[in-house]
Design a protein around this ligand. Structure first.
Ligand code: MN3
Length: 213
């Protein structure tokens, strides 16, 4: 992991990032129809709405979407809600796509393996992450974040509220909005949470750990 001086994670701009794999390649855990609707429709809509809001204050486009979420209280009040919801939707999905890959999953490796060991081991971590996602009421996300106090913590956020706005570094995330799983799993969120571990991209998560440090 240390061969380069700067660890790069995918840069988020004001465009829809293409999926870094084929739509059907996360089958059977995530069906291609869900991937198309989720990426091409839901994510695109968040981005379109974010850009439309920023058109009212075009100078803000000089900042990255993540910067806007980190300093949400500095965003003009007339578009703050739109940036929270749609900026969050754009940034969170942009991260989420990169954290999955075909033939992913398996045991965590590298730095994230050490972090998970410190959180009670992989089985306990998985159970706690799934449990947090399952018990989250309504739409939202379940995260592993590095907090401002430099602790690794599992949290959930409602709707598109961002951990970035709480000063946290997102390390890994799963989507518990129904649109993420309803076509295949219907109301069985627990099954979705369980299945997701089969597509987790530990290499990218390790890049996020390095970038957060
Ligand atoms: Mn989603």
């Amino acid at each position: 992991m240390k061969e380069t001086a700067t660890i790069q994670v995918a840069k988020i701009g004001y465009e829809l990032p293409p999926l870094p794999y084929a739509y059907e390649s996360l089958e059977p855990f995530i069906d291609q129809e869900t991937m198309h609707v989720h990426h091409d429709k839901h994510h695109q809509a968040y981005l379109n709405n974010l850009v439309a809001a920023l058109d009212k204050h075009p100078e803000l486009k000089a900042k990255s979407p993540e910067e806007l979420l980190r300093n949400l209280n500095q965003v003009p009040e007339d578009i703050r809600g739109a940036v929270r919801n749609n900026g969050g939707g754009h940034v969170h999905h942009s991260i989420f796509w990169t954290l999955m890959k075909p033939k992913g999953g398996g045991q965590p490796t590298g730095k994230i393996a050490e972090i998970i060991k410190g959180l009670g081991g992989f089985d306990a971590f998985k159970a706690n992450f799934n449990d947090a996602g399952l018990k989250h009421f309504g739409s939202g996300w379940v995260w592993l974040v590095l907090t401002p106090a430099k602790e690794y913590k599992i949290i959930t956020t409602p709707n598109q509220d961002s951990p970035l706005s709480q000063g946290c570094h997102p390390i890994m995330v799963n989507d518990v909005w129904e649109h993420a799983y309803y076509l295949k799993y219907q109301n069985r969120r627990a099954e979705w949470l369980q299945a997701w571990w089969n597509v987790v991209n530990w290499e990218e998560i390790n890049r996020r750990v390095e970038a957060a440090m």
